[in-house]
Ligand binder design. Structure first.
Ligand SMILES: *[C@@H]1O[C@H](CO)[C@@H](O)[C@H](O)[C@H]1NC(C)=O
Ligand SMILES: *[C@@H]1O[C@H](CO)[C@@H](O)[C@H](O)[C@H]1NC(C)=O
Ligand SMILES: *[C@@H]1O[C@H](CO)[C@@H](O)[C@H](O)[C@H]1NC(C)=O
Ligand SMILES: *[C@@H]1O[C@H](CO)[C@@H](O)[C@H](O)[C@H]1NC(C)=O
Ligand SMILES: *[C@@H]1O[C@H](CO)[C@@H](O)[C@H](O)[C@H]1NC(C)=O
Ligand SMILES: *[C@@H]1O[C@H](CO)[C@@H](O)[C@H](O)[C@H]1NC(C)=O
Ligand SMILES: *[C@@H]1O[C@H](CO)[C@@H](O)[C@H](O)[C@H]1NC(C)=O
Ligand SMILES: *[C@@H]1O[C@H](CO)[C@@H](O)[C@H](O)[C@H]1NC(C)=O
Ligand SMILES: *[C@@H]1O[C@H](CO)[C@@H](O)[C@H](O)[C@H]1NC(C)=O
Ligand SMILES: *[C@@H]1O[C@H](CO)[C@@H](O)[C@H](O)[C@H]1NC(C)=O
Ligand SMILES: *[C@@H]1O[C@H](CO)[C@@H](O)[C@H](O)[C@H]1NC(C)=O
Ligand SMILES: *[C@@H]1O[C@H](CO)[C@@H](O)[C@H](O)[C@H]1NC(C)=O
Length: 756
């Protein structure tokens, strides 16, 4: 496509130029499904990847061909029935299961519509019985989107057919920017903005106005709805290239959902995607499916099923490895990651770019410190380093005369719950974090709790005694753990369990973490929380006045991030700035990710159930022995989990989980072109609007009421540049281009973490 100068200029040529495909090869129609001959799509995939040999020739398969192959895997109704039956018990652990069906009106109107998960499973069962699934993928995608439409980042079931064979991508990252911070945001190819900011380019970038013939905003808002967040503006931001996500490397959302980052990797992008620009130019990119398995010797969909799907059988329940690439994925990202593209050098550097402290090196910002926290850490080897980073940075910033603090939480999907408590306590040592939470009350929890509490009561609570007793005592299911909302101990399991009936469902009694407990370091990956235990000596007034702290988010603040912001905003009175959002002038939310306060994997739940049965054999005939022994959910899924605890607000009387509470940010700012390549320009804008009154929050008119003038947009964009030397610009551009190959690998975890 010769007119598409932007790609050549910004170095995307390699991606596009190497574009795998000639159109005839890619048409799914050209390849008959599962006909057992060499022309079957899976055989074509195999040939495409290995040629005539065995070594991998190409890894990215034309998306249409990959989908034709996936679609040729026949549907196994027997296995599907078993799978649906075996995941039902886990649904009970989803704290919002019933509330999702009938959420508060404001949530339903402004955030997401109601969703009946159990009804959906019934429907899927009905489809299986009436033979309505065309193939295995059709079933897998239906199951995946049912759970995904709860828009709860902790709640997922990702079937084999959706993630374990191919993951999808597009090659051109996009951004949504307001050319001057005031005009409505328009969509650009990121390479255009990058070229415009750093290079001497000969054309003026033009905004994207249509994608595949659909209005660009409509298209991208629709795509964004396949994301994990609940808030629609946060979902929209997640479509685009963003510095904070990129800074997390393969643990983050890559270069945006449009290019297959985050949950985008599960959404088939079509064989091609065509962008139409305001200047009339069109560009068609070839999309790809990246195989997650090897295709050697695979000729048909049946072969693929035999080799790579574990349908389960009565004879053998042994799971096959779903992914022979997993062992090659390195989980040891260097602790001291190199500076991410678009970030300056930190003053205090934390592990793996999860946390870094910065000063803004520019006149007028001498009093501003920035703590960038795109993650609350979930890898044990980083927990202590993570806490140390802020322990070192905060005093250093104060000593350097910084009186103001920007907490940049963009891209923060959470991590370790107690790290969120700790950072709050480091900033506000004298405050008592509230953090009430509850489980959904149901029989399995009751039986497990009775059993754990009985075992835990056999010995003193020292944290060091008999291993069996200690393992019961360190669990939430021991009533000695946690405290009441008034900070008192529970007197029995019955008191902790309740249940309490609220808004049509039953929940356990509200409880709060006992941060003085001896088992806290076990729950935190090895730290005590500031202000408690060995750190009880840390007390005193706030390190920064609440009005001198501001939280910046892109809406992608989930799980532990929401625990942390809840304390800061509700208890300390800190204000929020929300970046980006859909192309309108409405107020938006700052916290757009799951506000549930703990996630359990299905396998963790199964372990608890099995442990209780091991401790009390007579429970093998109880619900625990019946419902939690099947391994089918693990054989057929790549990832599976629930949100097991709701968060509740202090002084709340409605019983509404925070997940369903809609609340607007104190201020909204659009991303500008500069902010997509230089994070300090974003921090300056936040400082300006918060403390200098020299910026303005987006306010005002209704959705869509201001017409975008593409010509005007283009002219303004052409004039705005980041100032830098040519040599520095060259290095910068290289760093960005390297990031274009980032893939989301979900390497991190945590007890309060949403997988990207
Ligand atoms: C080997 O590959 C070439 C080129 O892709 C093809 O033309 C040829 O038919 C292949 N040979 C066999 C034996 O498959
Ligand atoms: C379908 O699944 C069932 C049980 O889960 C299994 O026994 C059977 O072998 C599978 N069929 C095929 C064709 O793989
Ligand atoms: C590029 O920069 C040079 C030197 O600064 C200048 O003479 C030239 O006109 C520029 N070209 C474009 C296309 O802006
Ligand atoms: C139109 O805009 C696109 C995207 O910025 C650019 O690649 C292309 O060169 C422009 N075409 C013309 C004719 O200016
Ligand atoms: C996106 O649009 C398609 C086609 O209109 C529609 O079928 C689909 O349900 C939409 N998806 C979402 C998540 O809104
Ligand atoms: C730990 O306590 C359990 C329960 O009282 C007991 O059965 C077990 O023998 C004890 N183990 C050790 C090593 O003392
Ligand atoms: C919290 O835990 C500590 C140590 O285990 C215990 O002494 C204290 O009584 C507990 N507090 C409450 C309210 O349960
Ligand atoms: C936590 O504090 C307790 C004292 O309350 C101490 O015994 C323990 O060593 C501390 N653990 C860590 C990891 O600092
Ligand atoms: C608190 O006590 C720890 C030792 O447990 C010590 O390292 C630290 O310096 C003390 N902090 C303060 C603020 O006194
Ligand atoms: C074991 O479970 C049964 C209920 O199935 C219960 O009656 C009994 O008290 C339990 N035993 C212990 C030691 O907890
Ligand atoms: C409990 O029953 C299941 C079958 O329902 C069996 O596989 C398991 O071994 C039994 N466990 C115990 C502890 O008896
Ligand atoms: C909310 O609860 C806290 C702690 O119980 C109390 O101090 C505060 O006054 C309450 N605020 C309101 C507005 O009721």
């Amino acid at each position: 496509m010769k007119s598409f100068a932007l790609l050549a200029l910004a170095g995307l040529t390699s991606l596009i130029g190497a574009s795998p495909v000639s159109p005839s090869q890619t048409s799914p129609l050209a390849a008959r499904q599962g006909d057992g001959t060499a022309s079957a799509p899976c055989a074509q995939v195999s040939e495409y990847m290995y040629g005539n040999g065995t070594a991998v020739v190409k890894t990215d398969v034309p998306a249409g061909l990959a989908m034709a192959c996936l679609g040729s895997v026949p549907f196994n109704a027997t296995s599907a029935k078993k799978l649906i039956a075996s995941i039902r018990p886990y649904m009970n652990w989803q704290s919002t299961l019933i509330a999702l069906k009938n959420p508060p009106a404001e949530y339903a109107q402004k955030v997401q519509p109601p969703i009946d998960i159990l009804g959906g499973l019934d429907m899927i069962d009905g489809y299986i019985d009436t033979n309505r699934f065309k193939n295995e993928y059709d079933f897998g995608w239906t199951l995946y989107t049912l759970i995904q439409s709860a828009h709860d980042g902790h709640f997922s079931y990702i079937p084999d057919s959706v993630s374990s064979i191919f993951q999808w991508g597009r090659t051109v990252p996009l951004v949504s920017v307001s050319v001057d911070g005031t005009q409505l945001p328009a969509v650009f190819a990121f390479a255009d903005v990058l070229g415009n900011q750093f290079k001497n380019i000969s054309y003026t970038p033009s905004p994207v106005v249509e994608i595949d013939g659909t209005d660009v905003f409509e298209y991208l808002e629709n795509l964004s709805q396949y994301g994990s967040l609940q808030d629609r503006d946060a979902l929209y931001n997640n479509v685009f290239y963003e510095l904070a996500q990129v800074s997390l490397g393969s643990s983050g959302g890559g270069t945006g959902m449009f290019t297959g980052g985050g949950r985008g990797r599960f959404v088939y992008p079509g064989d091609t995607t065509t962008l139409k620009f305001a200047n009339g130019t069109k560009f068609t990119m070839h999309n790809y499916g990246r195989p997650a398995i090897n295709f050697r010797g695979i000729a048909t969909g049946e072969d693929l099923a035999r080799k790579w799907f574990s349908f389960g059988s009565t004879a053998s329940e042994a799971a096959k490895p779903l992914n022979d690439k997993t062992e090659t994925i390195s989980t040891t990202a260097a602790a001291l990651a190199p500076a991410a593209p678009g970030y300056p050098s930190p003053v205090v550097q934390g592990p793996a770019n999860l946390i870094n402290g910065f000063f803004i090196d520019a006149p007028g910002y001498e009093d501003v410190a920035v703590l960038s926290v795109p993650n609350f850490v979930g890898a044990t080897q980083y927990e202590t380093m993570f806490q140390k980073t802020s322990q070192e940075f905060i005093p250093k910033a104060l000593a350097a005369g910084k009186t103001k603090l920007i907490l940049d939480l963009q891209a923060n999907g959470g991590g370790t719950i107690l790290q969120g408590y700790d950072l709050f306590k480091q900033l506000f040592p004298d405050m008592d974090p509230y953090g009430a939470n509850r489980f959904r009350a149901h029989e399995a929890i009751d039986v497990i709790g009775q059993t754990y509490s009985a075992i835990a009561s056999l010995g003193p609570r020292t944290g060091t005694g008999n291993v069996t007793i200690a393992s019961a005592q360190s669990s939430w299911f021991d009533y000695h753990n946690d405290m009441t909302v008034d900070g008192e101990p529970f007197s029995s399991w019955e008191e902790k369990y309740g249940p309490v009936e609220v808004n049509g469902d039953k929940y356990t009694t509200l409880n709060r973490w006992n941060l003085s407990d001896v088992y806290i370091p076990q729950a935190s990956g090895g730290i005590n929380v500031t202000g408690y235990n060995s750190l009880a000596n840390v007390t005193g007034p706030p390190k920064f006045k609440p009005e001198n702290i501001v939280i910046v988010t892109d809406g992608y603040c989930a799980s532990t991030c929401t625990i942390f912001t809840e304390f800061l905003t509700q208890q300390a009175g800190v204000k929020t700035i929300a970046m980006g959002g859909r192309s309108n002038k409405n107020p938006i939310q700052a916290i757009g990710g799951v506000k549930g306060v703990n996630n359990y994997g299905f396998s963790y739940i199964q372990q608890q159930a099995k442990q209780a049965v091991r401790w009390n054999r007579s429970l093998n005939s109880s619900i625990l022995g019946q419902d939690y022994y099947s391994d089918i959910p693990f054989m057929r899924g790549a990832s599976y989990g629930v949100n097991n605890r709701d968060g509740l607000r202090r002084n709340d009387t409605s019983g509404t989980a925070l997940q369903f509470v809609y609340e607007e940010a104190d201020c909204r700012l659009y991303y500008t072109p500069e902010m997509t390549v230089d994070i300090t320009t974003l921090w300056k804008a936040a400082a300006d609007v918060q403390w200098k009154k020299s910026g303005k929050c987006v306010k005002g008119s209704k959705y869509g009421s201001q017409k975008r003038n593409a010509h005007e947009v283009t002219k303004k964009l052409g004039r705005r540049r980041v100032f830098t030397t040519q040599a520095a610009a060259k290095k910068q551009v290289q760093a960005f281009e390297d990031s274009f190959s980032l893939e989301t690998e979900s390497k991190m975890e945590g007890d309060g973490f949403m997988q990207p």
